[in-house]
Design a protein around this ligand. Structure first.
Ligand SMILES: NC(=O)c1ccc[n+]([C@@H]2O[C@H](COP(=O)([O-])OP(=O)(O)OC[C@H]3O[C@@H](n4cnc5c(N)ncnc54)[C@H](O)[C@@H]3O)[C@@H](O)[C@H]2O)c1
Length: 408
């Protein structure tokens, strides 16, 4: 009798477990996606089902590769996740889908990833329990860490968001990795902004980067220092990628080129910043496909995490991923005008003192040597691809929240 009751209880518990965990639905994530705004600090995805995770992590070819991509709903993260999935890796995304810029675009990227079998767990990087669950269930072998509070100027308005995501969130991730056996290797996004007030050109990885000009840059520099520490103590394989102004389809509406496109299409004036000495700002604009290739090459060339018997460990690596061909913002706008087939109404104004640097220029010889990285997409071609996506995605007033968005 007692045995029958115990069996019934076990069956009930098993049924409850399957109802709660294997229902194929990421209930919290689905709720966030459906209901919209939620404080990033309250988002958790502990209820993401094992089945959904396992499906997303499944590899299509006999490879051991299972990659966690943080910031998967973001611009670079969605492109990197797509490229990894296409080559047969198991891919699982994580993103808190915050409202720094319109969420509709992040949801569209999540949907595109879902269509190719990549699930994005809606959770904050600081949610250590969810990270643990993903690392364990998926047996993650590599992490491409792209989640961050991006943007230079917004750091003046909301510094806490940068410390929360870029510093505390990164440490939460590194701690989770340090407590995983075997430890995954980690490639993470730093930024060209770490060169700050550096005047030596082109910017080389061996340059001293002790003079950041913005809080954003300071948090990215902190990430590199934190990575050095975890590499030193745990032998964790870590690679920092200093991206240089990345643009392309599904790009970020808070970036200048996106606002330029919005304003040109609406016949509104565009603001072009002048440096303090009256000179033109210049940027090493880099097309997304080149950045994706460089990012994946950095993963492929990274050694496994862990110390060897003789005490040796994988190196902590830092690479510039730029185009090594800086263009003034005026020339950039001319190229954008050609791609859009419309003329901009240019308004030259002094640059606000909120942390932008006058120019960026990447020395990419180290990435070329070690990663085989060679950017191939010209600015004119890259902007044509961007405009081709832009004109379809926003045709007939669709997705207007992005085109009306004024960066915070
Ligand atoms: N795009 C560029 O030109 C550029 C240049 C230099 C460096 N970077 C760096 O590259 C990475 C990717 O940039 P992007 O352009 O794709 O930016 P993005 O803002 O489009 O993507 C970042 C994603 O991270 C998510 N996120 C932020 N904080 C989070 C948190 N605490 N927990 C979980 N998710 C969180 C956001 O919701 C967003 O979807 C970032 O680290 C950024 O700082 C980008």
């Amino acid at each position: 009798m007692r045995r029958r009751a115990a069996t019934a209880t076990l069956v009930a518990l098993a049924l409850m477990y399957f109802a709660l965990s294997a229902g194929g639905q990421d209930s919290y994530g689905a709720k966030v996606l459906r209901d919209g705004p939620l404080s990033v600090f309250t988002i958790s995805a502990r209820s993401t089902s094992r089945k959904v995770l396992m499906q997303s992590c499944a590899r299509n070819v006999p490879t051991e590769e299972v990659v966690l991509v943080t910031g998967a709903a973001g611009f670079i993260g969605s492109h990197v996740s797509t490229a990894l999935k296409r080559r047969g890796a198991g891919v699982i995304g994580l993103d808190n889908v915050n409202d720094y810029y319109p969420r509709g675009l992040k949801r569209a990227r999540i949907q595109k990833l879902k269509d190719i079998g990549v699930h994005t767990v809606v959770a904050d990087l600081n949610d250590a329990a969810t990270l643990r669950k993903i690392l364990d269930i998926c047996q993650v072998t590599s992490i491409i860490h792209l989640a961050a509070q991006a943007g230079v100027r917004y750091a003046v308005k909301n510094p806490a968001a940068y410390v929360h995501s870029n510093v505390a969130g990164f440490v939460t991730l590194l701690e989770a990795v340090a407590h995983t056996a075997p430890m995954p290797k980690v490639v993470f996004a730093s930024s060209s902004s770490v060169y700050g007030l550096n005047t030596k050109v082109p910017f080389s990885e061996s340059d001293i980067t002790d003079s950041p000009a913005s809080l954003y840059a300071a948090t990215k520099k902190s990430d590199e220092l934190l990575a050095h520490t975890y590499n030193h103590i745990h032998g964790m394989s870590l690679t920092a990628l200093r991206f240089f102004t990345v643009y392309g389809p599904y790009g970020r509406p808070d970036m200048a080129y996106f606002s330029f496109a919005n304003n040109i299409m609406k016949d509104k004036p565009i603001k072009i910043f002048k440096a303090e000495d009256g000179g033109e700002l210049a940027r090493d604009f880099t097309y997304i496909d080149d950045v994706v290739r460089g990012t994946i090459a950095s993963l492929d060339t990274a050694q496994r995490s862990g110390k060897n018997q003789d005490g040796s460990k994988p190196p902590f690596r830092v690479y510039n991923l730029g185009n090594t061909n800086p263009v003034t913002v005026s020339d950039f706008v001319s190229s954008l005008e050609r791609a859009l087939g419309k003329t901009a109404n240019r308004n030259y104004v002094p640059m606000p003192k909120t942390g932008d640097v006058p120019f960026t220029h990447a020395d990419i010889s180290a990435a070329k040597r070690d990663l085989g990285y060679t950017p191939t997409v010209s600015l004119d071609d890259g902007l044509k691809h961007f405009v081709s996506w832009y004109s379809k995605y926003y045709a007939n007033g669709k997705n207007a929240e992005d085109t009306n968005y004024v960066p915070m």
